[in-house]
Design a protein around this ligand. Structure first.
Ligand code: FES
Ligand code: FE2
Length: 358
């Protein structure tokens, strides 16, 4: 697989609540170690710094936060403020602190219940992380699925999420059936939030829902509007709406939004976070004491497990090497994943070109 890591991009470093008072969070994103924490004793913004001490490369996430808000390195005790500037060298208390005693800060934006970090060499300029307001809005209930570390290249997950034709057979018996694979797919490649984006649209009328969807929403036969959108290489949003025939857009409409946050660790692994969002007043018809979002969220791990299995198996075959493999044979339904590869390839090439001209 060609190089796929892109630095000039916003990535989700975590849900807001992952950044607890007094806690250092160490991560690797696009191959770069970083350390994050919430400043002002845990009441303030999240800061992100290069994760390697400028003295002897000790991981700063192994250090500790001091009462004065600085981060003390675990090895020789250099202390760094939230901007990454060294403010104390214990062995040289009476000497000026060298100007090189600092670690690089990374831009951070916290919005919609998510902490985003910009891993680029270049400034983000006007670029802002994509918005997903329904994940933290009064009219919606958002349930966070357990985070997964996936031992596969992140592009395989993006391809999986855009490739709805795999619902049968991979998800047969829960969200998939063979009829689903026959629903025609349309593609929209216009940009979203300033990013080159991909939207796959599947519309069906008088469609017999597969078992999970019939269970989630209480309808066996529906009109359905279903989109999968890669907003940027860091986020894919799935929007499913259904209603009894002829009633889409009315009060009978039910659905969910699945927000997939994809954060590459390196070329061979990534973090996968999922938010399951439904309208706050929608209940599960099987037991109205349970919300629709809760019902979807409790059933979904089985689907995720099937995707995880496929991703790791695919990566295992990538790792075999290509000498006797003739190359992938693509189908009409692969148009979206080919576009995703093109976008990633273009972004990687643009970064390589920019780096070569510095
Ligand atoms: S490695 Fe951090 S203080 Fe020496
Ligand atoms: Fe899947």
């Amino acid at each position: 697989m060609a190089k796929t890591l892109i630095r000039n991009m916003w990535y989700v470093a975590g849900w807001s609540e992952e950044f607890l008072p007094g806690r250092l969070v160490g991560q690797t994103i696009v191959g770069l170690p970083i350390v994050l924490w919430r400043v002002d004793g845990g009441a303030g913004e999240v800061t992100a710094l290069d994760g390697r001490c400028c003295h002897k490369r000790m991981p700063l996430a192994s250090g500790k936060l001091l009462p004065d808000g600085t981060l003390e390195c675990a090895y020789h005790g250099l202390c760094f403020n939230a901007e990454g500037k060294c403010v104390k060298i214990p062995t040289q208390p009476n000497s000026p602190i060298p100007t090189r005693a600092k670690v690089r800060p990374y831009p951070v934006v916290e919005q919609d219940g998510l902490v985003w970090v910009w891993m680029g060499d270049a400034s983000p300029g006007e670029s802002r992380p994509p918005r997903v307001p329904e994940m933290k809005s009064a009219g919606w209930e958002c349930i966070h699925q357990p985070n997964s570390t996936v031992e596969a290249n992140y592009l395989l997950l993006i391809e999986n999420l855009l490739d709805i034709s795999h619902f049968y057979p991979l998800h047969d018996g829960n969200i998939g059936d063979e009829a689903h694979s026959e629903i025609p797919v349309e593609f929209d490649f216009t940009s979203i939030d300033g990013n080159r984006s991909i939207k796959c649209i599947r519309q069906a009328k008088n469609y017999h829902h597969p078992p999970y969807l019939a269970d989630f929403f209480g309808y066996d036969v529906v009109d359905r509007y279903h989109t999968h959108a890669m907003i940027s290489p860091g986020i894919v949003r799935v929007d499913l709406r259904c209603a009894p025939p002829g009633q889409l857009g009315t009060a009978a409409e039910r659905g969910y939004i699945l927000t997939h946050m994809i954060t590459p660790i390196d070329e061979a692994s990534h973090n996968w976070r999922i938010g399951v969002t439904c309208k706050a007043d929608h209940r599960w018809l099987g037991d109205p004491s349970i919300s629709a979002a809760r019902r979807v969220a409790t059933q979904f791990p089985a689907v995720v497990a099937q995707d995880l299995w496929a991703l790791v198996e695919q990566q295992r075959m990538f790792d075999v090497g290509d000498e006797r493999y003739p190359g992938e044979m693509h189908l009409r339904s692969d148009a979206a994943l080919l576009k995703a590869r093109e976008i990633v390839r273009d972004l990687v090439a643009a970064e390589s070109k920019a780096a070569a001209t510095v």
